[in-house]
Design a protein around this ligand. Structure first.
Ligand code: FES
Length: 158
């Protein structure tokens, strides 16, 4: 077991679901909630304790797009680029945030693991476009300047 994944924390999750292999999806969801992604070390621990192959767990984790195998930042910022947000200029917001954080299309998480930038196709709040979320809190009617100010506030809180 690596330093990334804590046996005790994993046991708590497994106990909650009675070590039931049919609960693999909620178990993976809780694992992701704890670590903000699915560390590969967790797969072998779950495999040993649930009697499911790591290949099977991996295929489940990659099938559902809400699971992430990549480590994410403390603040996950999702910029909506659905139609309503796109026509109200969501891309300049995305570009501003990426340039402020030194991120690119290939590099979406800062080295200090503070920020991850993602785009989503619709956050279900089109009337408030353009919208972004920070760890699921919705910020409506954004502009590049407002997004930059929000970023400054988050940095100051640290
Ligand atoms: S298109 Fe952005 S919230 Fe729907």
């Amino acid at each position: 077991m690596s330093e990334v994944v804590d046996n005790k924390e994993m046991d708590e999750i497994l106990q909650k679901y009675g070590y039931e292999k049919s609960c693999i999806i909620p178990i993976l969801q809780e694992t992701q909630a704890k670590y903000r992604y699915l560390p590969k070390e967790a797969f072998s621990y779950l495999s040993e304790n649930l009697g499911i192959s790591t290949a099977k767990i991996y295929s489940i984790a990659t099938f559902y797009e809400n699971f992430s195998l990549e480590q994410k930042g403390k603040y996950v910022i999702k910029i909506c680029d659905g139609t309503a947000c796109h026509v109200r200029k969501s891309i300049p917001i995305l570009e501003r945030l990426k340039s402020q954080l030194g991120l690119t299309e290939a590099k979406v998480t800062t080295d200090d693991l503070m920020f991850t930038i993602e785009t989503v196709s619709c956050l279900g709040a089109c009337g408030l476009a353009p919208v972004l979320t920070v760890n699921d809190q919705v910020y409506p009617a954004m502009t590049p300047d407002k997004a930059q100010e929000l970023l400054m506030r988050l940095k100051e809180e640290e």
